[in-house]
Ligand binder design. Structure first.
Ligand code: MN
Length: 318
């Protein structure tokens, strides 16, 4: 069936897309010579996809056998949605996790970024086996109930998140199921003088509650989900672009990135590779890989990005 996009392409032409493409003419000529036959029991051809090839949702590269946009290079990676690998993980009950970034990347990512899908009644317990890990959990869909002494029973919905510092006893339950984005990192404490002896504290908030800033020289809107204070060794950036907006910076910095596109589409550059990207795509970027993004399309583009912070890279370590 001709959708709006197809109607637009052939606007001003009363003919069908088939005729406009030239194929209709060939079919008509062949029919005129009487050479078009149909064997008994043979199904008639359905060539609609040919005439709908432009901007049709009916043909997607992700439907092609064996085709994926996912790549894993020395200094960056793209994990497209068709490459998700959902699996159980200790600590998550009635839940499946797909890892988007882990320390196993070739240049050794210093964090993990995962999606966790909790079935109704699913639970997570986060302190007994991984006391060195700090964790930020953002609700994408559904809701989770917090289990920790600071916010026992508090319900988090979409766009709301919780930060649990290393060693914090922290759990989740998803009464009706949930999809979560999870960032984890082995906490790297600063020197005692650098952070005035302060340690990161548990808190919960929402993307909408965070202050919106426009970084110098840029046009996109930035929200930071964690405080800037020096006891934190990473931050999570939520970046919003209107259609056509792009990064003016062409960064190549020591910080690593894990990026998940939450809305919209555009072109993401890492190194010499330029990736058409849309919501659901996840990226990892090693230190000093040149990077850039431009937003395209009709609606807002939002992505969320991990960025390690506040530690002197000359000190080495993670
Ligand atoms: Mn960057």
């Amino acid at each position: 069936a001709a959708g709006p996009a197809q109607a637009e392409i052939f606007a001003g032409n009363a003919s069908t897309g088939l005729v406009a493409s030239g194929l209709g003419k060939q079919v008509a000529e062949a029919g005129g010579r009487g050479v078009v036959g149909k064997a008994a029991g043979e199904a008639a051809g359905d060539y609609a996809p040919l005439s709908a090839v432009y901007r049709s949702p009916g043909i997607l590269f992700t439907d092609l056998p064996g085709f994926t946009r996912s790549v894993s290079r020395r200094d960056h990676a793209l994990v497209a949605p068709e490459s998700h690998s959902w699996q159980p993980q200790a600590g998550w009950q009635h839940s499946l996790v797909t890892h988007l970034v882990t320390p196993a990347f070739p240049m050794g990512a210093q964090f993990a970024m995962s999606l966790a899908r909790m079935s109704p009644g699913g639970t997570f317990t986060g302190a007994s086996t991984d006391a060195g890990l700090e964790r930020l959990v953002l609700v994408i869909e559904g809701s989770v109930r917090l289990s920790c002494q600071e916010a026992e029973g508090h319900l988090l919905g979409p766009d709301q998140y919780a930060f649990s510092p290393a060693g914090h006893v922290f759990g989740l339950t998803a009464p009706a199921g949930a999809l979560l984005l999870v960032f984890e990192r082995r906490y790297r404490a600063p020197g005692a003088a650098e952070a005035n002896g302060k340690a990161p504290a548990f808190f919960h908030s929402s993307i909408l509650e965070r202050e919106t800033v426009v970084p110098a020289g840029e046009v996109y809107r930035l929200r930071r989900l964690l405080p800037l204070s020096p006891e934190h060794d990473f931050n999570i950036h939520v970046m919003d672009f209107a259609p056509g907006e792009y990064l003016h910076g062409k960064e190549a910095h020591y910080n690593q990135h894990g990026v998940l596109m939450l809305e919209g589409q555009g072109i993401m550059r890492f190194g010499d590779s330029w990736y058409p990207a849309h919501a659901g795509d996840a990226f990892w970027a090693a230190p000093f890989v040149p990077q850039w993004f431009g937003a395209l399309g009709a609606t807002r583009t939002r992505f969320i990005a991990f960025r390690d912070a506040n530690r002197d890279p000359a000190m080495g370590g993670a």
